[in-house]
Write a protein that binds this ligand. Structure first.
Ligand code: FAD
Ligand code: MLT
Ligand code: ZN
Length: 509
């Protein structure tokens, strides 16, 4: 047991992570959102075919009856996104089990001009994972085999539908870990992670998927299988095609297999949860962390009081600290616990001694670390209990990381139940959330496009890690030049000339 500052009072009783709920349970979680086509009437259905009996006969011949879902209530979970912000009305969900089936589906859809929405764990936060209209849902959830694990190099090769947490558990047996971790780990799939280029809680230490994904296999719109499943760390032979699929959110192809570099599981993990009076003090602590914890720092997260409150008030979690305007979660991963404890202990004594940090707890007991991490990881879930959440995921210069929260509070005023900010301060990535009782176009107009103009003026990114999906297509130009967007469009035209893959997403119509 390692307690530097003070003992965590008790082992908290944990409620299950919403990310571990089943698709059907998630649908019952709150009332259904309005259909996307009604909420956004300016978006028109493309000139795609409508599913008919002949199409269904083809799919059933290919996959069998049980892997072609057409029942309305069964389709509902695949039509509705996790944050209950978007809902399509597809009546065709396909569940291939292998790359060959994915290829046959896409070839057929391309020939018949049927639109397809690839879907992994459906935890995406920008409306990319669900149909906008009646697109066929291509779910990778049955493509969940681990192909190989080289325990010497740490290279894991697996199918796209493997759930992140299952991969983590498998690696754990071999003293390895996944290079990414996020609150949705119980549901999100590696194919979805790669397709969104997900960041998560330890990016500052283990890097992003553009670096850790060594290779992948993908199927393009015409059903061609692109085998770039290299497990080599170094391979400079021609264009790095894998990058076309990492972060392109299913608009250029369906990722079917991934090979990924997994780091060794740290022998020593320590976690501190700190209370602070101002955001400036968070920046001071972060800067000092980089110098004083250096190579062992694995996560540096910021949480404001309103964000923490949703986990305590709505989800019943217990905070080990009294109320503060701001909190930080700082984690270390190392190989020598004595060394790490001493280093973290000295660091915390310093920042508390000079008043930068008001109060804090530190631990390396797994159950207590889990309880602290839940306070951070379950904010997304807690916010949904407020009603509808306008979610923003911005990269901003650190000195402006939190300023938008105050500005937005003034703009939205009493229309909001809550305006809060938290996120990956170590990566300059803030999650700004405006929670309202229910979706309101008036509130939306108070926030957008202002928030994107503001971000653009500061040379930030309008999407740091969640992607563009359906919700941000109109605003990509705030972060990308016309020439860059033209090139993206040309690539899309070349790889998916009929635009059957995830239409209405990523690129503006
Ligand atoms: P889905 O939601 O199913 O799909 C996401 C996008 O990828 C869609 O556009 C979909 O069409 C496409 N896609 C999915 N699978 C494939 C495939 N095999 N081939 C091609 N395209 C595909 N994101 C972060 O970056 N960092 C976080 O810390 C983080 N935390 C989260 C916490 C919670 C509680 C939740 C609900 C979400 C969080 N997210 C986070 C957002 C989300 O991007 C990730 O959860 C995850 O990467 C999405 O994976 P998924 O399998 O659920 O993909
Ligand atoms: C997070 O960091 O918790 C996720 O990106 C999800 C969110 O922004 O709510
Ligand atoms: Zn995040």
């Amino acid at each position: 047991m390692f307690v530097i500052v003070k003992k965590i009072r008790s082992t908290q009783k944990l409620v299950p992570l919403v990310s571990t709920l089943t698709r059907q349970q998630r649908c019952k979680f709150s009332s259904l959102p309005e259909l996307t086509k009604d909420r956004y009437p300016n978006v028109k259905r493309g000139n795609y075919g409508h599913i008919d009996t002949n199409h269904l006969i083809f799919f059933k011949d290919l996959l069998g009856e049980t892997r072609v879902i057409t029942d309305e209530s069964e389709c509902l979970g695949y039509n509705t996104d996790w944050i209950k912000a978007n809902r399509g009305y597809s009546r065709c969900v396909l569940k291939p089990k292998c790359t060959r089936e994915v290829a046959a589906i896409l070839k057929f859809c391309n020939e018949n001009v049927l639109a397809v929405c690839p879907q992994g764990g459906n935890t995406g936060l920008v409306g990319g994972s669900v149909p906008v209209f009646d697109e066929i849902v291509l779910s990778t959830s049955l493509m969940n085999k681990i192909v190989s694990l080289d325990t010497t190099s740490g290279v894991l090769t697996c199918e796209a539908g493997c759930i992140l947490e299952n991969l983590e558990n498998h690696l754990d047996e071999h003293q390895l870990m996944m290079p990414l971790d996020l609150g949705a780990k119980g549901s999100c799939q590696i194919g979805g992670n790669v397709s969104t280029n997900a960041g998560g809680l330890r990016l500052l230490r283990y890097g992003n998927l553009q670096g850790t994904v060594l290779g992948l296999e993908a199927v393009t719109a015409n059903g061609e299988i692109i085998d770039c499943l290299s497990s080599l760390k170094k391979d400079n032979t021609g264009f790095h095609l894998k990058h076309l699929f990492i972060g392109s959110e299913g608009s250029l192809g369906v990722v079917t297999k991934v090979s990924i570099q997994c780091p060794p599981k740290p022998k020593a993990v320590n976690l501190a949860f700190l209370g602070l009076q101002s955001f400036d003090k968070i920046l001071t602590v972060f800067k000092r962390c980089k110098h004083d914890l250096g190579e062992i720092m694995s996560s540096c997260e910021a949480i404001d009081a309103d964000s923490l409150a949703v986990t305590t008030d709505h989800l019943g979690l217990k905070s080990p600290l009294a109320k503060f305007p701001f909190y930080m979660v700082i984690e270390t991963n190392g190989s020598d616990n004595g060394h790490d404890e001493e280093k973290l202990s000295r660091f915390l004594e310093d920042v508390m001694g000079d008043g930068t940090v008001e109060d804090g707890v530190a631990t390396n007991e797994p159950s207590k670390m889990k309880a602290i991490w839940e306070l951070r990881e379950r904010i997304t879930e807690g916010l949904i209990h407020d009603g509808y959440v306008f979610k923003y995921d911005l990269s901003l210069p650190l000195e402006n990381f939190y300023s938008l929260v105050g500005i937005m509070k003034e703009r939205v005023g009493a229309d909001a139940v809550r305006v809060s900010g938290y996120g990956h301060v170590g990566d300059g990535n803030v999650h700004l959330n405006v929670a309202v009782k229910e979706f309101s176009p008036e509130v939306l107009h108070k926030i957008e496009p202002f928030i994107y103009e503001y971000t653009s003026k500061l040379n930030g990114s309008i999407s740091a890690e969640h992607g563009i999906g359906f919700r941000k297509t109109k605003y990509m130009h705030y972060s990308k030049s016309k020439e860059a967007m033209d090139l993206m469009r040309n690539i899309k035209d070349m790889m998916d000339p009929k635009w059957i893959l995830n239409p209405y997403k990523v690129l503006p119509q």
